[in-house]
Design a protein around this ligand. Structure first.
Ligand SMILES: [Zn+2]
Length: 381
């Protein structure tokens, strides 16, 4: 049963794109969805993180297993408006494509999931199980929305998770983790002709980075699907005058972790190197300011197999199951879940996320609504 006409489905998507939820103001998206759900007899609850940012949770069904579905409400900055052919916040159709910021990543997926829930409820096809939408804030920076869902226990009784990030007609079931680390070094300034009177803050960092490059890159821990852990020092700063011993220095590093060399183990490796330098007289202070876990669900689960089967009927070709480089909210949402927990990322979109003239194929957006309606109900049957 179709509640919405094609024009109305595109209007809902356009309404979401119009809200400038650029790394903030997701509360307006959440309030819009709350009203939309309310108009169709579905209760949705806001879970505010601040005055302008709020997660939203909405559910249909009354008993049985819970299929979690999730998408983020924030978008990245449109960047240089001059480079856009159209207004990024006005969804614009051209030659079968819809253009706008979030067209692919991921207001299309969010709209498709919300519309699918409303139409499933109206059609009364959900005879068993529940569908719980968790719409998040701050996925692009910080992932505090998905962290809140984890902390609040919203995922606790969830039995399988689908994230509607833009995979197009691919199913992703694994991705690396990501860790951001900063180490500050405090030394003592002195004239460079009398270094014994000072302590060079750069020296222990240079030694540590050499050692870290060696330790991480020579590691024999490997993931057949995701490859090796990736370590990179990305910032090294220190000193302010060529003939002075630097009193302050810092380095920042990004690590892309794998299940076999996870975030805890990677941070331990660095902490050991910090301790070694400090034991030799350095004053290093390490802080981990972002840590997202790697995610790897089994390739073949009831959810992934059904998604592939139903997806194929829309795509007209087999749907590959893949690992992806980017981190998603699954890093937080799957915290504490067993390693065989069914997870897929499967949503409308293409390879234009974060770009100017971001777009989506109009038909793919519309098809994903029908695809979701079939998949969610069949999965819970
Ligand atoms: Zn995204």
């Amino acid at each position: 049963m179709s509640v919405f006409s094609e024009a109305e489905k595109i209007q809902i998507f356009a309404d979401l794109v119009k809200i400038k939820s650029v790394n903030d103001h997701e509360i307006e998206v959440a309030q819009y969805l709350q009203r939309l759900f309310a108009d169709h007899g579905i209760k949705a609850t806001l879970m505010p993180l601040s005055a302008t940012r709020s997660n939203l949770v909405a559910e249909i069904g009354t008993n049985g297993p819970v299929l979690g579905i999730s998408g983020h409400m924030d978008v990245v900055t449109p960047g240089d408006l001059e480079q856009w052919d159209t207004d990024p916040f006005v969804l614009t159709e051209k030659a079968g494509k819809l253009y706008g910021r979030g067209a692919t990543d991921m207001k299309s997926g969010l709209a498709a999931m919300a519309i699918a829930m409303i139409e499933i409820k109206a059609a009364k096809t959900l005879t068993h199980g529940r569908i719980r939408l968790m719409a998040t804030v701050a996925e692009e920076i910080g992932e505090t929305g998905s962290q809140q869902f984890h902390t609040a226990g919203t995922m606790k009784d969830v039995d399988a998770l689908l994230i509607g990030e833009p995979s197009g007609y691919n199913i992703a079931f694994a991705h690396k983790g990501s860790i951001d680390v900063r180490i500050k070094s405090t030394g003592k300034a002195a004239h460079s002709s009398m270094p014994e009177q000072g302590y060079n803050a750069l020296d222990p960092l240079i030694e540590l980075l050499n050692q870290a490059n060696h330790d991480f890159r020579e590691s024999d821990r490997h993931n057949a699907l995701l490859g090796d852990l990736v370590f990179n020092a990305t910032i090294l700063q220190g000193g302010n005058q060529v003939n002075s011993i630097p009193a302050q220095a810092k380095t920042e590093m990004n690590i892309r972790s794998i299940p076999e060399y996870d975030n805890v183990a990677a941070i331990e490796t660095l902490q050991k190197l910090v301790d070694e330098q400090n034991a030799k007289g350095a004053k290093l202070d390490m802080s981990v300011f972002m840590s997202q876990n790697p995610v790897q669900s089994p390739k073949d689960t009831k959810l992934s197999n059904l998604a592939a089967k139903i997806g194929e009927s829309f795509a007209g070709q087999p749907i590959p199951k893949v690992a992806i480089p980017a981190v998603t909210d699954a890093s937080n949402l799957l915290k504490g879940k067993p390693s065989d927990f069914p997870f897929i990322m499967f949503g409308p979109g293409n390879d234009t996320p974060h770009q100017v003239n971001e777009s989506i194929d109009k038909q793919m957006y519309l098809d994903f609504i029908n695809l979701y309606e079939e998949l969610f109900v069949d999965y819970l049957k």
